[in-house]
Write a protein that binds this ligand. Sequence first.
Ligand SMILES: NC(=O)c1ccc[n+]([C@@H]2O[C@H](COP(=O)([O-])OP(=O)(O)OC[C@H]3O[C@@H](n4cnc5c(N)ncnc54)[C@H](O)[C@@H]3O)[C@@H](O)[C@H]2O)c1
Length: 283
Amino acid sequence: MTPSTPPSTSTPDSHRLDGRVAIVTGAGSRTDDIGNGRAAALLLARRGAAVLLLDMQEGAARHTCALIESEGGRALARQADVSRAADCEAAVQAAVAQWGRVDILVNNVGIGGPAGNAVEVGLEEWETALRVNVTSMMLMAKYAIPEMRRVGAGSIVNIASVAGLLGGTPSLLYPTSKGAVVNMTRAMAAHHGLEGIRVNCVAPGMVYTPMVASRMTPEAREERRKRSLLQTEGSGWDVGHAVAYLASDEARWVTGVILPVDAGATAGQVKSPTLSADAVRSA
Ligand SMILES: NC(=O)c1ccc[n+]([C@@H]2O[C@H](COP(=O)([O-])OP(=O)(O)OC[C@H]3O[C@@H](n4cnc5c(N)ncnc54)[C@H](O)[C@@H]3O)[C@@H](O)[C@H]2O)c1
């Protein structure tokens, strides 16, 4: 396969990823439902990419693979712990062995990590979670970028969270690690722009994925929906669509961007429906 030349302008086919090879980390999901990584992988495959699906739980990655293949897409599932350098290196080599190149990397793996503020959190749990949420993204980039250089172009999409843009969460680890992903994205974009490699970040709000379903009551879910500016609940698909856009040539002039996908959570708070129009105007 010959290296692709990025188009000088957008074309009707700019959304297509035919001939491109993508790697998605955390491409499984803890249930058969749709998480952010599974949605991103399916949407990249629908645009024509061949997708290497990495997950610590091989069965979960295989399930995503079966979904993609049932739609006629191309994918390969592989067990990997992306907090381990050897697994990251072997994964990139597997993509190259299978399809000859790497064009797209979606660094989706992230965990909630330990609870607690600075006084309460355990050092060992803190360091382990930072390795999963931050170091894994550097490791995957370390091995994927040389392959993108060979192609002459590439797109990396890191998944952060609105928790990385705001304070106010009970744990210290999660917002700290996601804030690091936000600025790692900008730093990587500056390092690799001249090489034609774009690096962007999606910062999801609390979308309803299996991770969230496992720890949210129906009441809390409804309360969250009502707090959103759009009064709707998001899903992994909302995150996946943003990833697919940033990965494609539609975003050829976009790098170093942090894109909140959060129904406006970082833009402001919904006005109380109990306030009169006059009170709102004078507020
Ligand atoms: N769900 C939300 O509301 C939400 C909000 C903001 C950000 N995010 C972020 O989106 C990303 C995905 O979230 P999700 O809700 O889809 O999660 P999920 O738990 O449903 O899926 C994540 C997948 O990653 C895998 N994984 C975990 N650690 C791994 C490791 N070390 N190596 C390889 N695979 C590993 C898990 O097995 C799982 O299949 C995370 O980075 C998360 O922080 C989620």
